[in-house]
Write a protein that binds this ligand. Sequence first.
Ligand code: PNS
Length: 173
Amino acid sequence: MKQITAIYPGSFDPVTNGHLDLIYRGCKLFDHLIVAIARNPEKETSLFGLEERIEMLEAMTAELDNVTVDAFEGLLMKYCIEKGANAVLRGIRAVSDYEFELQMALMNRKIEPSVETVFMMPAEKYSYLSSRIVREIAAFGGPLNGLVPELVEQHLRRRVDEKRAATIEIPSK
Ligand code: PNS
């Protein structure tokens, strides 16, 4: 029978419980799931560097035998072909995600018709969760329990402290 390798692409800045929910669902459906962090050197607005994002994702998926973590640069469809992947996994949380996801899925299909995009819904409790909102809560010292794993919370608290320390101005004499 044909083996299905799926790519789950994203920024994962940082990985949230919503992403993990999707990874758990995806690894039951596909033979091999590659969680692929998009590297965008022009967009240096990420809170975490690529290495740290990989480290967090690897730690959180270590017990899933058919899941690997990787990074890619450039076109997703080129990366899919490189990896011999036949599917892309994307999560849809609410209707508001649909328009962008539809555009991306159809454009990807135009670029590479052999790769299918598969949409899955995370658990309802994660439908309002995003990496952006997690970064914002962390920046203001808000509660992160239930939104990200404990390890990711530790990374967030440390990163926010580092950023704060770096922006404290040294008073001039
Ligand atoms: O987590 P995100 O930010 O929603 O992920 C978006 C991502 C990385 C999946 C998307 O921007 C992407 O696929 N980038 C790679 C470049 C590419 O192939 N662009 C054309 C998409 S139609």
